[in-house]
Write a protein of this length. Structure first.
Length: 69
């Protein structure tokens, strides 16, 4: 984890997300699968479902692409 601090912020976030997803994939409980499902959906998709307007769709897609996996 110490080596990740030398990376740019966006690359570090993606690496941490991938480590988090890999950790959840190794656990095989139904709760961990549900957590993995919501992690993979990403915050952009969840917000887009709640408030869906023409200008927001692109913004939410960008948000999901930046912070998603």
């Amino acid at each position: 984890m110490k080596q990740l601090n030398s990376l740019p912020v966006d690359i570090r976030w993606r690496a941490e997300d991938r480590l988090h997803v890999a950790f959840h994939r190794e656990r095989h409980t139904s709760l961990s699968r549900l957590e993995l499902f919501f992690m993979l959906i990403g915050p952009g998709i969840l917000v887009m479902i709640a408030d869906n307007d023409a200008g927001g769709v692109i913004t939410y897609a960008q948000t999901g692409a930046i912070f998603g996996i």
